[in-house]
Design a protein around this ligand. Structure first.
Ligand code: SF4
Length: 339
């Protein structure tokens, strides 16, 4: 089925629901597909005969499979749209069917445009879930121009070769020493900037939606981000009370890390409180006036992307190490979640 410029293999999900005889099924949808989701829900209802509960909550990644409370509503299975399976999450609460949404945008024109600005000949090829199906074509195009594309497996947090997430660049870092640059296929700046900071390699981003290529902008944004992070670290040095934020979404839970951070703060004679949150919002933290600074062990994008929305500084675990003098600024790296 095609909706809003994406192709979803919903028929395979229908077959599984019918085969397993599920009577009540929850459906999760990313923000970008919400505006066109009703026909798909109606199709599922009609084809499976099951009762469909559409989750209206935000869903930003495979890390976030709907709440186990749904079990109390007789939900037997979750159909999670728009993301690929993640080992830590799959089938944890209940059977989960991941249905990726493949963009119908043709990547070839923008890759042709990107080829003249690539650096060297060995090119690491990476993308997000929506464009994974284009990578064979992308590699063929690069080869046609005499380049050597390289695509690597990531760790268990990703499901396909060449796939990166905002919290996991392992498909890039594992080949960083074998390539001259990376070609990122996709939209947005967070992934290419994060990849550049994790691999210390030049990243060229080719966006099939807008047919634009970005190279210098990625470097500039990386520099601006580093300045912002340096500022956050500097103001946090005088903080006395820290809130260590633990994400309750299954694929964002890093409880052991949170305990380790508390231990570090104890040893530095700083006060700290372990705090659990599901949906991160500055509004929910406003009441905790005694806290001077937060450290987020949940999605790494919260501290980086949403920093300006928070009234108190919010750090990544690596940045806390720098604040406490356990790590040098020169060895700053992006926060990532491993399986
Ligand atoms: S933790 Fe954040 S970056 Fe990683 S999959 Fe979830 S929402 Fe995306």
């Amino acid at each position: 089925m095609e909706i809003a410029g994406y192709r979803l293999d919903i028929e395979a999900a229908v077959a599984t629901v019918k085969q397993q005889g599920y009577k009540t099924v929850a459906v999760q949808v990313p923000e970008g597909l919400k505006h066109s989701i009703v026909p798909l829900v109606e199709y599922l209802e009609k084809q499976t005969g099951a009762r469909i509960l559409l989750s209206a909550d935000p869903c930003f990644g495979a890390c976030d499979v709907v709440n186990y409370e749904l079990r109390n509503m007789d939900v037997e299975c979750v159909i999670h749209l728009g993301h690929t399976p993640m080992a830590a999450v799959e089938n944890f609460w209940m059977p989960t069917i991941f249905v990726n949404a493949f963009s119908t945008a043709d990547a070839s024109p923008v890759v042709e445009k990107a080829i003249p600005v690539l650096v060297g000949t060995r090119v690491g090829v990476v993308t997000t879930a929506q464009h994974l199906h284009t990578l064979d074509t992308v590699e063929a195009l690069l080869q046609k121009h005499g380049l050597e594309p390289l695509r690597a497996e990531g760790d268990e947090r990703v499901s396909s070769q060449g796939q990166i997430l905002g919290c996991n660049f392992s498909a890039g870092t594992s080949i960083a020493d074998k390539v001259d640059c990376f070609l990122f296929i996709g939209s947005g700046m967070f992934h290419p900037v994060g990849l550049a900071m994790s691999t210390r390699k030049q990243v060229i981003a080719a966006d099939p939606y807008t047919n634009t290529v970005k190279k210098k902008e990625i470097e500039e944004m990386g520099d601006a981000l580093l300045r912002q992070r340096y500022g956050a670290i500097t103001v946090s040095r005088s903080a006395q009370r820290f809130g260590i934020l633990i994400g309750s979404k299954r694929g964002q839970q890093r409880i052991t890390l949170a305990y380790e951070l508390k231990q570090m703060l104890d040893e530095a004679h700083k006060h700290s409180v372990l705090m659990v949150m599901d949906e991160f919002s500055p509004v929910f933290l406003q009441g905790f006036r005694e806290i001077d600074c937060y450290v987020s062990t949940a999605c790494p994008r919260i501290a980086i992307d949403d920093y300006l929305q928070y009234k108190k500084p919010i750090l990544t675990p690596i940045e806390l190490e720098i604040v406490l003098g356990r790590r040098e600024w020169e060895s700053y790296v992006f926060d990532e979640i491993s399986p």
